[in-house]
Design a binder for this molecule. Structure first.
Ligand SMILES: N[C@@H](CCC(=O)N[C@@H](CS)C(=O)NCC(=O)O)C(=O)O
Length: 220
């Protein structure tokens, strides 16, 4: 267990995670599940039926403070939301294997790539689904089909961009597996909901995806 710096509490003194609020088919919670698996952490899970609106239940909202999944409940009652914030806390509690960088430079490079993947691939896929599929109206409420259309070509651009990156780098952020690869593989697998496949010409991306799928935490 790693220790926090002089100004922080040692990791051993920090409240332990007690429960993950999850939705099995949603992409953001899957990022956290893969992160947990890579760290070898198992946690009780509370599955929420989001398509049935269970996450909007007043008692759930009162406890969690938002309708979004994932959420991580800690032993002292703290609720963490935002996938990357949850991962950052888990990384502090369980530093090995490092998935968010060992020093400030590694951390910055990994964060840069992970954000690029979010903006250039993960989010455009989400927009195509949430604004283009009438079944998602229950979650998105106000849909804008033109926004879905505008984002479909961006998904293809994102795939080609990531393929170019992976032609020269074994993993998205460099030589080692990181949270950027987790965001990347979750985005790639989630493309099934918009019926998009990895284009044939993106062979570096396909080879990377095969390698990532072989990891224990990354069952597609
Ligand atoms: N920025 C948040 C996004 C969370 C999010 O949008 N989660 C989706 C599932 S992937 C959700 O809660 N959907 C339910 C809804 O939109 O009502 C994160 O990184 O965790």
């Amino acid at each position: 267990m790693g220790e926090a710096g002089e100004d922080g509490r040692g990791a051993a003194a920090l409240p332990r995670p007690v429960r993950l609020y999850d939705a099995a088919r949603a992409p953001n919670p899957r990022r956290v599940r893969i992160f947990l698996a890579e760290k070898g952490i198992t946690l009780p899970v509370r599955e929420l039926a989001i398509m049935q609106g269970e996450h909007f239940a007043p008692e759930h909202m009162a406890k969690i403070g938002t309708h979004h999944v994932p959420a991580l409940e800690l032993a002292d009652g703290t609720i963490l939301t935002e996938s990357v914030a949850i991962c950052r806390y888990l990384e502090a509690l369980t530093p090995e294997p490092p998935l968010m960088g060992r020093d400030p430079l590694e951390a910055a490079v990994i964060e840069m790539w992970q954000r690029r993947v979010e903006f250039q691939l993960f989010m455009p896929i989400g927009f195509v689904l949430r604004h283009g599929n009438p079944a998602m109206q229950v979650l998105e409420r106000v849909q804008c089909p033109e926004w879905a259309e505008a984002n479909r070509p961006r998904v293809l651009e994102g795939l080609n961009w990531l393929d170019r990156r992976l032609q020269t780098s074994p993993f998205i952020a460099g030589d080692e597996f990181s949270i950027a690869d987790i965001t990347g593989i979750v985005a790639i697998d989630f493309m099934r909901v918009i019926r998009q496949k990895i284009p044939e010409e993106c062979s570096a991306l396909a080879e990377w995806a095969e390698r990532i799928h072989a990891r224990p935490g990354c069952v597609a």
